[in-house]
Design a protein around this ligand. Structure first.
Ligand code: MG
Length: 383
């Protein structure tokens, strides 16, 4: 599977989603303007075992373009009364297709009426700002309080590309469910409905709460450790690069690498991937991510958690997923295709998405979470 050359073009395609209703006939939700639907597969960068020259591969697969544009330029609509820039206009036009979840909050609550809301939250770039050092991607205390508050009312899960331990360390809230390594390391509720899964075991966490661990990629652990060590070794001379072991996947961060060295990183990672046909490469915001070739992603993790919560195929549940990255598109697509809930894309720049709504940045995510809690607090107790 190759990266589409225009995978992140600001000109959005108008492909129609499978269902004209945004949230499906059984949901009782109103129809909503068609949004740009994008196959999640088109958003993934995978590197098959090609035999052509490395640099040719890097260029022909659009790597460099993808690396240069993987983190959106921060642009903001100009509300100060001065002339709008082209970027401002593009963003405003984009919001016609992906309305603000804040401005649309009344509509969202009408969808959620009499339904059980389940919240899925990405971490980096959603709850925390994107920072130069990934080890310092701390969430604010205000954000932590807001997440804690919504989790009092709704099942809430953090779904991250980080290792589960790392993201739990950042968030620090034991009452949540966590899915690390892009959903390949799930700590969810104990439920008979999913206990028959292979690689699913009961466990007791540090606080004594019984949980269920689901790790569909456990057989890949030795391979992941091996390629992690190799990636650390081959990138050690590239100033600013860091390699992060996320347990079931490995991240090569190039946010702090001079752009002139991005080709080198791409070649090195591409080269080493040829030795691992059972691993694939995906592309996030200034990060290359090595993952097992496994039919499992954040979307599957959402489905698993919903099933664990007893909400599989339920008409009375409204899952909401908030995320900012390409890997979140898998979850947006699951919710869209299942007509069960909706995604909210966090982005300060126009980009195609399977989400239905948008928020500009983590500060707007904070406001959204506060609104969700306030809505619950002011609504009937059965919600
Ligand atoms: Mg993210």
């Amino acid at each position: 599977m190759e990266l589409e050359r225009n995978h992140n073009a600001s000109v959005l395609n108008d492909a129609s989603p499978k269902n004209s209703s945004r949230l499906g006939p059984h949901s009782g939700l109103p129809k909503y303007p068609t949004s740009a639907a994008v196959s999640s597969s088109s958003l993934l960068l995978t590197i098959p075992g090609k035999k052509t020259g490395l640099l040719d591969d890097v260029r022909s697969t659009g790597w460099l373009d993808a690396m240069k544009s993987s983190s959106p330029t921060h642009m903001f609509p100009n509300d100060s009364g001065t002339e709008l820039t082209e970027n401002d206009i593009a963003y405003r036009n984009w919001m016609l297709k992906y309305p603000s979840a804040l401005a649309s909050f009344g509509k969202l609550t009408s969808y959620a009426k009499d339904k059980k809301v389940v919240l899925f939250l990405d971490y980096d770039g959603t709850l925390s700002p994107i920072v130069d050092n990934p080890d310092e991607a701390y969430m604010s205390n205000n954000m932590r309080l807001a997440v804690q508050n919504v989790a009092k009312y709704f099942p809430t899960a953090i779904i991250s590309g980080r290792s589960r331990d790392k993201v739990l360390e950042f968030v620090g809230l034991t009452e949540l469910y966590y899915a690390g390594s892009h959903g390949m390391d799930i700590m969810g509720p104990v439920s008979p409905s999913t206990n028959t899964h292979e690689n699913c075991v009961r466990s007791t966490e540090k606080q004594g709460k019984e949980v269920k661990l689901y790790q569909p990629a456990s057989e890949f652990l030795p391979m992941i450790d091996e390629i992690y060590r190799s990636l650390v070794e081959i990138t050690k001379e590239i100033e600013g690069s860091t390699v992060e072991n996320n347990r079931f996947c490995v991240s090569v961060h190039y946010r702090n690498v001079e752009e002139k060295s991005w080709t080198t990183i791409a070649e090195l990672v591409h080269d080493i991937m040829k030795n691992y046909p059972r691993l694939r490469l995906t592309h996030g915001r200034k990060v290359l991510e090595v993952r097992p070739v496994l039919d499992w992603d954040k979307g599957k993790a959402c489905e698993f958690l919903l099933k664990s919560l007893g909400y599989s195929n339920s008409d009375n549940v409204l899952p909401i997923y908030v995320g900012d990255d390409r890997t979140d598109e898998d979850a947006f697509k699951v919710l869209r295709d299942g007509n069960q809930g909706f995604g909210i894309l966090v982005s300060s720049a126009p980009k195609a998405s399977n989400a239905f709504y948008s928020l500009r940045d983590p500060s707007e995510v904070l406001e959204f979470l506060k609104l969700v809690a306030m809505w619950k607090e002011s609504s009937a107790p059965q919600l």
